[in-house]
Design a protein around this ligand. Structure first.
Ligand code: FAD
Ligand code: NAG
Ligand code: NAG
Ligand code: NAG
Ligand code: NAG
Ligand code: NAG
Length: 480
């Protein structure tokens, strides 16, 4: 009995946390780094590799287990001075520095792109202040979006964050932020009004608004190497106290037909309505309407009539409860993700058939998600108004594969290359980062890339904040 309990206990640990043995030996200048951080009296917790328990906890915070890297140390600054001093030590001892908010980077770039990075974990930057009168929220970037939803809910206010509520507000909002409220309120990054940033030279920019170029860059590329963003001022919006979650089910083979109905109705769909088409063993259209089931009916009647679902489910509740109940987070695991955009023509019949063939035959578990982003606020904003270039498009397609074998990664890659070339737009969403993506500079940022490089040169000329898919200081590639 006792051994049974003990084994169960071990199994639980094994599922929720993996024990990692960092490589033996030290990073270059590791002792000097210790000394430097000591001399600067960093108040926050610092975990070097020899602090086995703390260091492991920090590694285990990362969502994607497929990619593990071993930083020289995790610094958890207690205040902004700690961040400045950590940066100074990084510069002095030539360590690349990287920020971590929610740890949900698909390529684990919040651990850098190889061993021995210096990670600034923002977990202590966890304040949220809401001002209903000015319709703004001041949020420190170490928060998960779930807390923001939670704080806004009693006031019947909302922020257009992503679908998953365990994401860090830092990584999400600085790189875009696609979710169910975008059609009405725009992307998370479109609703950044101001920010505080610590730059590579250790200076604090308290109001990024006073630096128009930097302000432009951080709305779409703020998480790829301009500094450590500590606070965001966000626009928040009133929503009805009760909103509706709806879910329609179809046979998988109905998918081409459903998508053609969406295409046909897209231009007139009310902006209170937002949904995603998800393909598993069946096809689901589910989403949120900002109003009651009763108010939803006139907006969805035609869609239901034309698409003829097998089952129709409605669920009314407060927005926070819907986010909490319907969008529960998948556990950390071995993931590979892919991102595509589809323009206003939609996906052709051949394209949808190609998707179905892939979904039915793929060797690993799959989450195939076609988010409708057309005809809303995201497209009211111009491609170069902020660093987020992907505007005027109809769908964002996200594939998240639970890859337990190299073969699945290869299979996903083969599908993706052909699908992208034949049926999708050229672009790809920078927050669904993908180390296998060719020409990522232009796919993520397109005509805004060169300007991003210019701004990078000005604010981080020595490339302190650098990894494979951060904005470089040189322009080997031009996307014009
Ligand atoms: C399960 C899952 C679901 C997702 N769902 C959605 C979704 O619905 N909509 C959507 O738009 N995206 C979604 N994403 C993608 C998500 O937006 C990105 O992974 C995002 O970057 C995560 O932010 P984070 O703070 O959690 O990650 P982190 O790994 O902490 O950070 C991501 C990147 O941003 C940088 N960064 C983080 N904080 C800061 C900061 N304060 N200052 C400067 N740089 C910083 C990091 O260095 C890193 O490179 C999802 C990802 C996962 C894994
Ligand atoms: C980063 O780029 C280098 C060189 O281009 C490559 O060798 C390495 O595998 C890349 N790392 C990741 C994590 O993509
Ligand atoms: C909230 O915003 C209003 C309007 O801008 C301002 O007058 C008020 O002082 C703010 N409240 C707090 C607590 O900061
Ligand atoms: C959304 O719903 C609100 C209230 O139910 C309504 O006033 C508004 O016109 C609707 N449409 C849009 C685009 O906001
Ligand atoms: C965006 O592009 C237009 C022309 O295409 C140009 O006039 C404008 O200055 C650009 N805006 C920014 C912010 O770069
Ligand atoms: C740091 O860089 C910024 C942006 O270039 C500049 O405004 C600031 O004066 C610099 N600070 C120091 C201490 O050099």
């Amino acid at each position: 009995m006792i051994s049974y309990i003990y084994i169960t206990f071990l199994l639980i640990i094994a599922i929720h946390a993996t024990l990692y043995n960092p490589p033996a030996g030290k990073c270059p200048q590791e002792d000097s780094l210790r000394k430097c951080l000591d001399q600067h009296h960093i108040k926050g917790l610092i975990n070097f590799r020899d602090n086995f328990v703390g260091y492991n906890k920090d590694i285990n915070f990362e969502y994607n287990m497929l990619i593990v890297r071993f930083p020289v140390a995790f610094v958890h600054p207690a205040n902004i001075l700690d961040i400045q001093n950590t940066i100074k030590c990084g510069v002095k001892l030539n360590y690349p520095v990287v920020a971590r908010s929610g740890g949900h980077s698909f390529e684990s770039y919040s651990l850098g792109d190889k061993d021995c990075y210096l990670v600034i974990d923002l977990v202590n930057f966890n304040k949220v202040t809401i001002n209903i009168t000015s319709q703004t929220a001041l949020i420190e970037t170490g928060n998960l979006v779930k807390l923001l939803h939670y704080e806004l809910n009693p006031h019947s206010f909302a922020f257009p964050a992503g679908v998953c509520s365990q994401l860090g507000i830092g990584g999400l909002a600085l790189g875009g932020g696609v979710g169910f409220l975008n059609r009405k309120f725009g992307l998370a990054s479109d609703n950044i009004l101001d920010a505080q940033i610590v730059l590579a030279n250790g200076s604090i920019v308290n109001n990024v608004k006073e630096y128009p170029e930097l302000f432009w860059a951080i709305r779409g590329a703020g998480n790829v190497g301009y500094g450590i963003v500590t606070t965001l001022t966000l626009r928040i919006y009133p929503v009805p106290r009760i909103v509706t979650w709806f879910e329609f089910e179809y046979d998988l083979d109905q998918t081409p037909f459903i998508l053609s109905v969406i295409n046909q109705l897209a231009p007139k769909l009310d902006r209170n309505l937002s949904f995603v088409t998800e393909l598993t063993i069946l096809t689901k259209v589910h989403g949120i309407y900002q109003g009651s089931v009763y108010e939803l009916q006139p907006h969805i009647k035609e869609f239901i009539k034309l698409s003829n679902p097998k089952s129709v489910t409605y669920y009314e509740n407060e927005l926070y409860n819907i986010i909490d109940v319907k969008m529960t987070e998948s556990k950390r695991g071995y993931y590979k993700a892919k991102s595509f955009f589809i323009d206003s023509k939609g996906i052709s019949y051949e394209g949808v058939m190609y998707i179905l063939k892939f979904v039915k035959s793929f060797g690993c578990k799959l989450y195939f998600n076609i988010m409708f982003i057309g005809g809303g606020k995201v497209s009211d904003i111009g491609r170069n108004e902020t660093a987020f270039v992907h505007r005027g498009l109809l769908y964002h397609v996200e594939i998240k594969a639970f890859v337990h074998s190299e073969a699945c990664i290869d299979e996903l890659e083969r599908f993706s290359q052909e699908f992208r070339q034949k049926y999708a737009n050229f672009e790809s969403y920078q927050n669904i980062n993908d180390r296998l993506l060719d020409n990522w500079q232009c796919r993520y940022y397109r005509e805004n890339f060169n300007k991003l490089v210019e701004i990078k040169r000005k604010y981080d000329p020595d490339n302190l904040f650098r990894w494979n898919q951060s904005i470089p200081t040189d322009t080997v590639i031009s996307c014009d």
